[in-house]
Ligand binder design. Structure first.
Ligand code: MN
Length: 276
């Protein structure tokens, strides 16, 4: 059922119950809806760490207002660090200009263009690219929605009633192999070609991001992270930390700490977002 039909259905139900006119019933419900919407509160915290092995941190994060994002750059010297920074900065500015679901998808495309053009302009940065995973709280047809957009293998997870589910879609060789049933999730985490992306931001003039909508609920907790987290920790270990640590900052800090304890072979980034 569309949002419009759901709303009309609620108006008629209220008319039947109270005897009000359609207009009066509609006005009451709109007021109640606004009151409900305005009470959503987002609390977020992010931690990024160079890890135990790398000499540069090429991950960047954003946790600001209704938008959170993680980007994991790639490219020689400092190119990967530039790619993920340019992507996150462009995403933030573009989404601020159009804070809708379509606006987030467009912001990812703008980020792609910005990284692509920067790489073309500076020989040292040629071939750089980045992943991006972003989640925003938006209003679609009068209802609050979470919109998820990603390119590459940085992930968005949703913890709901103690269970961890993925909101993002990995664009990577190992993810294709897992989906084809050729290797297991466990094998993907240690696969020699686990760094091969099938889609990345900034390596071509156009990008087709994965985009999905989810319904928010009070008590939901989201995690955005780079592969440096989920290649070191199994999903049940990630879940245990998210369930145990009530404060988003404590949860993000402990996730990064545990990934380092398990090897820390890559840069590690975790952003935890609570909906209250
Ligand atoms: Mn990485």
């Amino acid at each position: 059922m569309t949002a419009n039909r759901r709303r009309k259905h609620r108006v008629r139900a209220r008319m039947a119950k109270t005897g009000e006119s359609y207009t009066a019933a509609q006005r009451h419900l709109l007021t109640a809806e606004e009151a409900h919407m305005s009470t959503y509160e987002l609390r977020h915290a992010g931690v990024t760490d160079i890890g135990n092995v790398r000499t540069v941190n090429q991950d960047h994060l954003l946790a600001e207002g209704d938008l959170v994002a993680v980007a994991d750059g790639m490219g020689g010297h400092r190119a990967g660090e530039v790619a993920s920074r340019v992507a996150v900065e462009t995403l933030r500015e573009a989404f601020a200009a159009d804070p809708t679901a379509a606006g987030l998808a467009e912001a990812v495309r703008s980020a792609n263009t910005a990284v692509w053009e920067r790489a073309a302009a500076e020989p040292d940065l040629q071939g750089m690219g980045t992943t991006i995973a972003a989640v925003a709280l938006v209003t679609e047809e009068g209802e609050k929605r979470l919109v998820v957009a990603n390119v590459g293998d940085s992930r968005a997870y949703l913890l709901q009633e103690g269970g961890l589910g993925r909101l993002s879609f990995d664009h990577s060789l190992v993810a294709d192999l897992v989906r084809a049933g050729e290797i297991s999730e466990g094998e993907a985490r240690t696969h020699p070609r686990r760094n091969i992306l099938t889609r990345a931001l900034g390596v071509g003039p156009e990008i087709d991001p994965y985009v999905a909508l989810a319904e928010p609920a009070r008590g939901d907790r989201l995690l955005l992270c780079s592969d440096g987290l989920f290649n070191e920790l199994e999903e049940h270990e990630i879940t245990a930390v998210l369930v145990a640590e009530a404060d988003p900052a404590d949860a993000a800090t402990r996730l990064v700490h545990e990934a380092k304890e398990h090897g820390g072979n890559d840069n590690i980034t975790a952003v935890v977002l609570d909906i209250a």
